[in-house]
Design a protein around this ligand. Structure first.
Ligand code: B12
Length: 147
């Protein structure tokens, strides 16, 4: 990232979740490569992610971690926030996304149904994903201008 480039992301952990370690590591890693990270920390309700989007209309993504297995309940207000136009940028979710060690693919589908755009397990892939989403948005805007 060039020093003059400003890239903002909003980060936090889902509403009922107090697991802090991965959140701090992700914030540190993203800042290390030049992102401006508004880190809302643990136990962040959807409403607070939406408020952060109001403060940062240029945010490239809302990145939500969840470890305790209750992400679906924690994101139950996401469809309304999306519908109201309060969270318009891509929403990325990662972590341990259901209760128990056996993972049902339907749990991930339900997250997409709530309005999550991307689900990621490896935080090491976040920068590549942010680059990909930004390139897609730029191409979309160029198409709109051209049409
Ligand atoms: C430390 C810990 C706690 C501490 C947290 C302290 C703190 N302030 O952070 C305390 C004691 C408070 C705690 C409480 C609870 N915990 Co706890 N905890 C752990 C533990 C031991 C380590 C978590 C950790 O920090 N790992 C280090 C970080 C770096 O790794 P990570 O969190 O696993 O995240 C990795 C990935 O998931 C991913 N990732 C994480 N977040 C994100 C976000 C994005 C965007 C992306 C892309 C990737 C990503 O990247 C990381 C690196 O690969 C794990 C078990 C374990 N060994 O993993 C259980 C664990 C997460 N806890 C668990 C549970 C159940 C609880 C409690 C419900 C227990 C209880 N009955 O009270 C409560 C819930 C509290 C709450 N409200 O959320 C379960 C979750 C099970 C599930 N989902 O099915 C686990 C897995 C233990 C287990 N095997 O049962 N816990």
């Amino acid at each position: 990232m060039s020093p003059s480039e400003r890239r903002v992301v909003i980060l936090g952990v889902a509403a009922s979740d107090s697991h802090a370690v991965a959140n701090h590591l992700i914030a540190h890693a993203l800042r290390g490569v030049g992102f401006e990270v508004e880190n809302l920390g643990t136990c962040t309700p959807v409403e607070e992610f939406a408020d952060a989007c109001d403060r940062h209309p240029d945010a490239e993504a809302v990145i939500i971690g969840s470890l305790n297995g209750h992400v679906h309940e924690d994101l139950r207000d996401l469809p309304a926030a999306r519908e109201a136009g309060r969270i318009t940028c891509p929403v990325i979710v990662g972590g341990n996304l259901s209760v128990g060690s056996k993972k049902d693919p339907r749990d991930l589908e339900r997250l997409h149904e709530l309005g999550v755009d991307r689900i990621l397990s490896d935080p090491g892939q976040l920068v590549a994903l942010l680059d990909e989403l930004r390139a897609a948005r730029t191409a979309e805007r160029q198409l709109l201008v051209a049409s």
